[in-house]
Design a protein around this ligand. Structure first.
Ligand SMILES: [Zn+2]
Length: 143
């Protein structure tokens, strides 16, 4: 059962209980709902309470503000991660794949490195069992 607040053409509000929304629509469609105050069968569901409509609108704005905040935090985390890698690892530039291999096979000192690798190079390293992490690139900021 659902309760609807119904309003007649003269503006009288009254509550009615219906099995479901389809039952209400069927009754209203064949003049089966009568205003208890004036007997009019010209009725329609009263509009939703303004309070509900308002809170819905506010909810959307809050969600958007929160998404912005989350995006800012992710950006900060990415920048922190890059700073940490840059402070603790050797930059080997485009030699990354070769150097990673040399370290993996004991031909170079074991250490953290970072540099550029193509997608193919990264996949080959992965297939050879060499651990490679992709650094997310933070979007450029005008600063
Ligand atoms: Zn009425």
């Amino acid at each position: 059962m659902i309760k609807y607040t119904v309003r007649c053409a003269d503006g009288h509000d009254f509550d009615g209980w219906y099995k479901d929304s389809a039952t209400y629509e069927r009754l209203a469609g064949r003049a089966g709902i009568e205003c208890p105050l004036c007997g009019s069968t010209d009725v329609a569901r009263a509009p939703m309470a303004p309070r509900i409509a308002k809170s819905r609108g506010d909810g959307g704005a809050v969600a958007q503000a929160h998404a912005q905040e989350v995006a800012e935090r992710i950006l900060e985390a990415v920048q922190e991660m890059r700073k940490s890698v840059e402070a603790n690892c050797d930059y080997v530039g485009p030699e990354f794949a070769d150097e990673a291999r040399r370290i993996h096979y004991g031909e170079a000192d074991e250490r953290g490195i970072y540099g550029e690798a193509t997608n193919d190079e990264a996949r080959e390293l992965d297939e050879e069992g060499i651990e490679v992490h992709r650094l997310p690139t933070p979007p450029r900021r005008n600063s």
